[in-house]
Design a protein around this ligand. Sequence first.
Ligand code: TRP
Length: 329
Amino acid sequence: MNGTPDKKRILSGMRSTGPKLHIGNYEGALRNWVALQDQYNMYCMVADWHALTTQFGDTSEISRNSREVAKDFIAGGIDPAKSPIFVQSHVKEHAELHLLLSMATPLGWLERVPTFKEKQQDIGGAERVPYGLLGYPVLQAADILMYRPYGVPVGKDQAPHLEVSREIGRRFNHLYGNVFPEFVNIIGDIPVLPGLDMRKMSKSYDNCIYINESPDETAKKIKSAFTTPSKIKKTDPGIPEGCAVCQYLKVYSPQWETQWNEDREGLRGCMQSKNECIEAVNEFLRPMRERRAAIDDTTIEDILRDGAERARAVAQQTMQDVREAMHLW
Ligand code: TRP
């Protein structure tokens, strides 16, 4: 079975740079995917080749990370029977399309992408930056255009990548004929969840709450999370907008408005907020953690094999049209 024909197709992906998704990944993307999977034929991709653009040095964990990320997709609520879950490198057609698109993509488009400029500086300039990293948006264009989707649900940070993907698709159509219909960005109503220290939640900052960690680990992290620095005594006024614990309450606690008011007015201490926050976050994650614990490696491998087959069926059709349009057939 390959989806319901009367539903529009959408595709999204996440890089598997580690074995665990955090609640920022969930809020920034996964929550939206889950909400869309009844309305659309949703293809969920684990972008392992994209992980290599920055982690080419040590590849020993790459397949384990892909499996673990796929388990987190299911824990978060993706139903693999409805929505194929697959690993990018299992569908080799992506590599062929990436190569062909790279021929028609001007270098300037890629050098201008903000994430490339940032990473190039982090890595230490053009002498050290891998060719593959420059091609990141071309590979992403291949991922997307391959499925000729109606739309792509992503977080706001991905907008520049989607713009380049659209440009690449347009250019292909202009040069070789209409193969790729234009897709739309599906950007949900996404709350921005800060990290435990109020910076962006990111594995590299070590400020994350993970779906797949124990309730005790979550509790320990929230206990040492950043709160209003000038609130020392319970009666000192808090500033919930700048407090990580209050930010989590806003997303996970139905009583957050009362909690915020009491914080502002010095009617509650940070310990009380932290305890209520621990309760709310762990309660929210409990069903996900239960679902996740029930998926073993054999199960996920079967799911990924099935997902790759369903994705490949679409990809092979697209590649036939691409080769024909380019007279490579
Ligand atoms: N660049 C995306 C990210 O960092 C991952 C990604 C790869 C992707 N291919 C994609 C997202 C295709 C949407 C569609 O999260």
